[in-house]
Design a protein around this ligand. Structure first.
Ligand SMILES: C[S@@+](CC[C@H](N)C(=O)[O-])C[C@H]1O[C@@H](n2cnc3c(N)ncnc32)[C@H](O)[C@@H]1O
Length: 268
């Protein structure tokens, strides 16, 4: 006899979430179970889906076929769940996933075909090289290190109105700080503090960079379940072309600390 699905796995799903999709993604096991890792991933993606729902609703209200680009998509959990919850039921709007690993792209294409998600596309390559036409919403969940900076530049290049980022590990600025001396250097003297301060500084500069490019930025927590360094949710909505005050703040902070993400250099 087939084992019944553990009760708690069902209560973790949202109304309308496709069980067969979650099984295809290996978030749910074949008998409907959910292990600790997949529950954590599901919670993260559900939280993010909830936080960006207003942007998706607004984009659907503004355009007939809005496009959401999920960058550094990995197994495309986020893209699939956003399609399943929002774009599928709406009957319009597209999702494109950009991911450098060919094996993950091939597996995700197969799942999309089997699920009948015909308004999902998959692009294999780097975020930096991706050119996919006008994009309304950019998401990047745990895009490693400088891939989040690539996502910010992608959003600007594609004129995206909404940007939702949950940065991952950030090593670049911490490495730079190692050589920076001066009155603030005590803040990053010890390696663990340098890593944490470097990650914090990176995200502060990312938010200012987006502001400098005319976005209104909100920085909050994604979910209480994740390690705090990977739990910061940066949400940006563009409302003007540029913001000279934020540009000046970005430049001042980069000069005071002697460090800034290499990819994020402000135009003259
Ligand atoms: C930590 S995983 C996160 C995957 C997914 N967003 C999630 O949260 O489940 C980061 C993914 O980004 C991809 N990646 C890293 N740098 C990239 C880049 N520059 N361009 C495209 N993909 C990249 C990696 O191959 C990996 O699959």
């Amino acid at each position: 006899m087939k084992k019944p699905a553990p009760k708690e796995s069902i209560s973790d799903l949202w109304p309308g979430q496709s069980v067969s999709l979650l099984k295809a993604l290996h978030i749910l096991s074949q008998n409907g179970g959910l292990n600790a890792d997949s529950r954590r991933k599901l919670k993260q993606v559900q939280h993010l889906a909830q936080l960006i729902r207003p942007a998706i609703d607004a984009a659907l209200a503004e355009k007939e076929q809005p496009l959401l680009a999920d960058l550094g998509a990995g197994k495309s959990y986020l893209g699939f769940i956003l399609y399943d919850l929002y774009f599928g039921p709406a009957g319009r709007g597209r999702v494109v996933a950009v991911e450098s690993r060919a094996d993950l792209i091939a597996a995700a294409r197969k799942i999309a075909a089997e699920s009948g998600f015909d308004r999902m596309d998959f692009v294999q390559g780097t975020i930096a090289a991706a050119e996919i036409g006008p994009v309304d919403i950019v998401t990047a969940l745990h895009a490693c290190d400088t891939a989040t900076d690539e996502a910010i530049l992608f959003a600007l290049r594609h004129d995206a109105k909404y940007v939702a980022l949950v940065p991952c590990c950030q090593a670049e600025v911490a490495r730079t700080l190692e050589d920076v001396k001066g009155p603030l250097a005590q803040l990053w003297r010890h390696p663990i503090q340098r890593r944490e301060f470097g990650a914090h500084l990176t995200n502060v500069l990312r938010a200012l960079y987006l502001e400098a490019h005319g976005y209104k930025v909100r920085v909050t927590e994604l979910t209480g379940l994740e390690h705090s360094l990977k739990n910061e949710f940066i949400f940006a909505e563009r409302h003007q072309k540029s913001n000279p005050r934020a540009k000046a703040e970005f430049e001042k902070l980069a000069a005071q600390t002697g460090a800034a993400p290499k990819l994020l250099t402000l135009p003259e």
